[in-house]
Design a protein around this ligand. Structure first.
Ligand SMILES: [Zn+2]
Ligand SMILES: [Zn+2]
Length: 328
């Protein structure tokens, strides 16, 4: 099978490998769609932790082609999406109910072989059944939607809140839909104006350039770009008593300048948001019901052999979601 294996910083290699065999409790899926994510780009640049050599791709969906010994939850032919994050269930955090903060967290497509390959083996417990009306491409979005649900939980939006989302990429536009569904009046800030129309279509009250955001104007601010200017701006545009969520994945080592006095005086609540604890099945329902629309977010589709081009287009900043699509 064809696979894209991360060997070392800057070295993502297309390789031909044997199709893996599912062990006890595992399933083998034929991958049908696999999303390119900012995390993949960060890993390739050495800005995010990973355990090479490893097949990247952690946002994917496919069809079960073989079930390992003891698997009763899935059968051949089932259409599934994948929750890539695997917890140890025995560390301090797992025992405290905060599994996503697990000290021994491993992830498909980050530490163990993932979805930039024609086939993938995974523990059956990591798979979720896709509703019949959800395409494989939409199924590959379930993981980022699940992460965004966590972000929404951290944001604690009340109906009528003025919400600013900094960044109109695919993550920003998923957060937008969830925030609007929670009753927020959402302003999306995005420097690339060609992305504004889609933001409006998906529920934004206003779309603006970053410099047009007013200070002290928002009850909730969600930073969804992972860049220094947006992090710094998130504090300035927050109202007194606001909630600020730093959702975007900033490169490891990046620093930002924050005035602590401003956080004190406005009594801001700043939170991070990490992966997707217990949000996956809700993400399946929201995409399945159409409450969160993900297919319009796909701007580019490539076969796996063009993975390098797909990553370049992703990094250009002009694309929305770049998706690797596999033939039948
Ligand atoms: Zn991702
Ligand atoms: Zn653990």
């Amino acid at each position: 099978m064809l696979a894209a294996r991360f060997m070392d910083i800057g070295d993502l290699r297309l390789v031909q490998e044997d199709v893996p065999k599912p062990g006890p409790g595992e399933i083998l899926i034929k991958v049908r769609a696999s999303g390119v994510c900012g995390t993949d780009a960060h890993i390739l640049k050495g800005e995010s932790a990973s355990t090479p050599p490893v097949i990247l791709g952690h946002e994917y969906a496919g069809e079960v082609v073989e079930a390992g010994e003891g698997v009763t939850s899935f059968k051949v032919g089932d259409r599934v999406c994948v929750d890539p994050n695997i917890f140890c269930h025995s560390c301090y955090y797992c025992h405290s109910g905060k599994v996503h903060l697990c000290l021994n967290l491993t992830a498909l497509g980050v530490d163990i072989d993932g979805g930039f390959a024609e086939y993938s083996v995974l523990p059956a417990a990591q798979a979720h059944l896709l509703p019949p009306n959800v395409s494989f491409a939409a199924g590959a979005f379930i993981e980022p939607v699940a992460c965004c649900i966590r972000g929404l939980e951290q944001a604690q939006i009340r109906p009528g809140d003025e919400v600013a989302i900094l960044g109109g990429g695919p993550i920003g536009l998923i957060l937008l839909q969830l925030a609007a569904a929670a009753g927020g009046r959402v302003t999306v800030s995005e420097p690339v104006q060609s992305k504004w129309a889609l933001a409006k279509e998906l529920g934004a009250q206003r779309t603006v350039l970053p410099e047009q955001l007013a200070v002290d104007a928002f009850d909730v601010v969600i930073e969804a770009a992972g860049v220094k200017p947006a992090i710094e701006q998130s504090i300035k545009i927050a109202r007194r008593g606001a909630s600020v969520v730093w959702f975007g994945v900033s490169p490891q080592g990046m620093a930002a300048e924050i005035e602590p006095h401003e956080v004190y005086r406005k009594e801001l609540r700043i939170s991070g948001s990490f992966i997707n604890p217990f949000t996956h099945s809700r993400a399946v329902k929201l995409v399945g019901s159409g409450a969160v629309r993900v297919e319009p977010l796909i701007s580019h589709r490539y076969p796996l052999k063009d993975i390098h081009k797909a990553l370049d287009v992703h990094s250009s900043g002009q694309a929305s979601k770049v998706m690797i699509i596999f033939d039948d």
